[in-house]
Unconditional design. Structure first.
Length: 340
């Protein structure tokens, strides 16, 4: 180990401080454990319900980005797996879309590309609803959290909210059950709900996932239903508004899986059936405890770095042939690319 003497000196000064902080955290955790012990926040589940026969759609997206001299070339893919379990056999079909482009690099480039990815996912979900008439649409990620993101002053943010509104309205009009499934280890939505309801204080470092791990003791469970405090409101089209909240629960399908947060629009009348369906769909992943069709959609939509690198190289090669002056001025590799 390099700089061994400095390492030992800093270790000797820091270890007692670290231990003291951790002991303070433990006291806070023990206090929370006592205060919530009688709240019945979770209930065990057996997962033995009969199989639900339905036509379902599972949507996810992937993105790749390559920075290029003040600009970003982006690649976005959205995939939906349509799974038909209404008959004796299971039918499967992928619905896909792809987008690529270039945008100037600024402080919000990453967020803008994420908005573009979300919009492509909503477009694919709409296509599935219109063309395949699923009973259920499962979106990767929380319906609530994805649209309580910090507003960004860009056209992509406004358009993304409009497309989200349109998708929700379409699902409601068609009688499609739409829900979000997320595996979020940093969320504090459940903790905020409990803090408001029971006037409790939670350690600032505690997340929903850590709280549930503390009280579940590695059991298969679901939590009580809760609704994050604020509603989502949007002007989806001219003279057309939407106001909706998102009832939520946490579900742990296996003893060792991470808790899944499932949320639905507040007009959903059969939340329990959706929870049972997610539980059934998670059986195929064994101990991983995640809906297998949603994971397959994730794999299909993923854009690996080698895909972005190859595509960018081809674009540069195309420009070098069709506009040599542009290539020489802007895109040609410089000395720093060949540093040892």
């Amino acid at each position: 180990m390099r700089h061994y003497s400095i390492w030992l000196e800093k270790y000797g000064k820091s270890r007692d401080m670290i231990l003291g902080n951790l002991q303070g955290y433990k006291k806070d955790i023990d206090s929370v454990r006592v205060n919530i012990s009688d709240k019945n926040l979770i209930s065990p589940i057996a997962g033995n319900d009969p199989d639900i026969k339905a036509r379902m759609c599972f949507v996810d997206g992937g993105e790749g980005m390559k920075e290029l001299l003040g600009a970003s070339i982006y690649f976005i893919r959205a995939s939906a797996l349509v799974l038909d379990k209404t008959g004796d056999t299971v039918g499967e079909k992928f619905v896909r879309d792809l987008d690529m482009g270039i945008m100037e690099y600024d402080d919000y480039t990453k967020e803008r590309i994420e908005f573009l990815r979300s919009m492509l996912e909503y477009d694919v979900a709409e296509r599935c609803i219109e063309e395949h008439s699923p009973e259920y649409v499962f979106m990767d990620g929380s319906l609530y959290v994805n649209f309580k993101k910090r507003p960004v002053d860009c056209d992509e943010y406004i358009l993304c909210r409009k497309k989200f509104t349109r998708l929700l309205k379409l699902a409601k009009a068609k009688g499609v059950h739409i829900c979000g499934v997320s595996e979020d280890s940093r969320s504090r939505l459940f903790i905020q709900f409990l803090a408001n309801k029971y006037k409790m204080k939670f350690p600032h470092f505690m997340t929903d996932s850590s709280l549930l791990r503390m009280i579940s003791r590695n059991t298969k469970y679901r939590t009580i239903e809760f609704t994050p405090n604020s509603k989502f409101e949007s002007n989806g089209e001219a003279n057309s508004t939407l106001s909706v909240s998102f009832p939520s629960i946490y579900l742990q399908p296996t003893e060792v899986s991470n808790p899944l947060r499932i949320d639905v629009p507040d007009w959903e009348k059969d939340f329990d059936k959706i929870i049972n369906l997610v539980m059934q769909l998670s059986r195929g992943s064994k101990q991983y405890g995640y809906p297998m069709p949603l994971y397959l959609a994730h794999l299909d939509a993923r854009i690996e770095q080698k895909h972005a690198d190859w595509s960018t190289t081809q674009l540069i090669h195309y420009l070098s042939k069709n506009d040599p002056e542009l290539y020489e001025t802007i895109l040609r590799e410089r000395r720093h690319a060949f540093r040892p």
